[in-house]
Write a protein that binds this ligand. Structure first.
Ligand code: ADP
Length: 513
């Protein structure tokens, strides 16, 4: 056991002196009385020691000295028997050891307390978070090194300063409100939860913090302990995350736009492709139609031109034969045949011309006041020569006579419908023509009792060069009705028919007024 001079030397000396004094008095000076109780005082001085073993040692020494003192007295001639004297000291020895027990207990408690204190100090000193303790007036009474480092102050510099010195001026009002709230309801909690808290360094710079407050009370008054965490890195990370999120959102929007753009492009391309496909199909159909038209034209032309031309040729040859014989009758007959053949050729050429003009878009209707019954009569007299024997032409008009139409185009329509009725009807039949003028429209009907049109052919009737299956023996080009329909449409009208094979056909034309 070694004691350093100046620290523990004095208690040891004191205890030594006391012990020696008590022992001397007990052994040699004070006769009769029992001084061993006074060792209790010495034991109490053991409170000055640090080690519990020292107290035990002291108690052993005190007990030993008590016994030794009795023995010395006995040797020096005390009258009382030794065992009685020793027994009388039993109580003091018990007192010594009770005292020792008490002192050791107190020393243990003190040691625990100081160990706790040390732990607390270590916690306070070595904590990585800033810890501030402020009294009720907001004055800082304890500050740990981490807090000093955080706020940029020298050791001990913050003690005595107000908490407000660590808060930016712009936030002082908010801080005051928080402090008042806290005073009204002091319990451990985070400060400004959900808010951005900032602290002020000594150099005037600010940094984000997170603060939790814990109130406590001691005999010196009320205090608040604040734990301060520097949030700079967390804030930076948060901002980085926010920036990355924004970038991600922008990217997502850009991607969506790109996607939409792509979808639109794909839609456009698909549309274009479909358009191209349709155009191609239309072109192909047109090509096919042209091909068909060509072949129909060739077969029609070879027949329709050759027939009248060969008629002209043979009749001309016969006429010269009959001329030698002076056979006027036959000459007249063949001259009439030549005339008819030429007329047919003329009709074909007229139709070709009309078709050409139509296809080139050169045909434009020229509307004018026209006397409808007069126009019908006009056409009737022109085609008189075409009638077959016994064919009768009947005409009936209803309503006012003058109408607005293109007389040239309408005459062509009439000529075609009448000549068809004649061509496709046998001898001794009636061809009836009706016209009706009403305020809304003009209606023309041409009704015959002819061969009619087969059902299967009806839907193609207005096509170019189309001829019904039952009409092949009758001279024609298949162009007439096509031209008629186009003319009627040019005059904003409609055309249609009803027909039954072997019974007859009715064509109707309706023009808007
Ligand atoms: P084309 O008379 O020169 O052959 P059109 O275009 O005038 O040509 O007529 C087309 C076809 O319609 C005719 O070939 C014929 O088969 C049919 N057709 C037209 N009018 C009648 C009618 N009145 N009766 C029966 N068939 C008709």
């Amino acid at each position: 056991m070694s004691y350093k001079f100046g620290t523990v030397t004095s208690p040891i000396l004191l205890v030594g002196l006391f012990t020696a004094g008590i022992f001397s008095l007990d052994a040699w000076v004070v006769e009769e009385s029992n001084l061993s109780f006074t060792y209790l005082l010495v034991i109490m001085l053991g409170l000055l020691f640090k080690e519990r073993n020292d107290v035990v040692l002291l108690s052993v020494v005190a007990t030993t000295l008590t016994v030794v003192a009795v023995i010395i007295r006995y040797i020096n001639g005390s009258e009382a028997p030794l065992d009685q004297m020793l027994f009388a000291r039993t109580l003091s020895v018990a007192g010594i050891w009770t005292g020792a027990y008490l002192v050791i207990t107190i020393l243990t408690m003190k040691r625990d307390e100081s160990a706790q204190e040390e732990q607390f100090h270590a916690l306070f000193r070595f904590a990585t978070n800033g810890i501030l303790v402020a009294d009720h007036s907001g004055e800082l009474v304890r500050v740990n090194p981490a807090a000093e480092r955080l706020f940029g102050y020298e050791t001990g510099e913050l003690i005595g300063m107000k908490v407000e010195a660590l808060i930016p001026q712009r936030l002082s009002r908010i801080h005051e409100r928080h402090r008042n709230d806290f005073r009204a309801n002091p319990r451990p909690r985070s400060m400004g939860t959900g808010l951005d808290l900032y602290a002020l360094r000594k150099d005037g710079s600010e940094f984000p913090v997170e603060v939790s407050l814990s109130p406590f009370r001691t005999i010196q008054g009320e205090f608040v302990m604040a734990f301060i965490v520097d949030n700079t890195i967390r804030k930076e990370n948060e901002q980085r995350i926010v920036r990355q999120n924004q970038k991600l959102e922008q990217l997502a929007v850009a991607l969506q736009n790109l996607n939409e753009g792509l979808e639109e492009k794909v839609r456009d391309r698909t549309h274009e492709l479909e358009q191209a496909k349709n155009d191609l199909a239309t072109a192909l159909a047109a090509e096919r139609e042209i091909g068909e038209l060509k072949s129909r034209f060739v077969s029609m032309a070879s027949h329709e031109f050759r027939t009248p031309l060969s008629t002209v040729l043979s009749s001309a040859a016969l006429i010269s034969t009959y001329a030698e014989r002076q056979d006027v009758e036959n000459i007249k007959k063949h001259a009439a045949r030549i005339k008819t053949a030429v007329n047919n050729l003329n009709t074909i050429l007229t139709e070709f011309l009309s078709l050409g003009k139509l296809e080139e878009g050169k045909t434009e209707p020229k509307l004018q006041e026209t006397n409808l019954p007069a126009l019908i009569e006009d056409v009737h007299s022109e085609i008189k020569g075409m009638f077959r024997p016994g064919q009768i032409f009947e005409y009936h008009h209803d309503g006012q006579k003058t109408v607005q139409l293109d007389p040239a185009l309408f005459k062509h329509v009439l000529f075609n419908l009448f000549s068809n009725a004649i061509k496709y009807s046998p001898e001794n039949t009636v061809i009836r023509v009706y016209t009706k003028v009403s305020p809304a429209d003009v209606l023309l009907r041409v009704v015959d009792q002819g061969m009619g049109i087969p059902k299967a052919d009806q839907k193609h009737l207005f096509g170019r060069f189309f001829r019904a299956a039952n009409a092949t023996n009758v001279q024609g080009t298949g162009l007439g009705l096509y031209i008629v329909r186009r003319y009627v449409e040019l005059m904003n009208g409609q055309i249609g028919f009803v027909s039954e094979e072997e019974k007859g056909t009715e064509f109707w034309v309706k023009l808007q007024c």
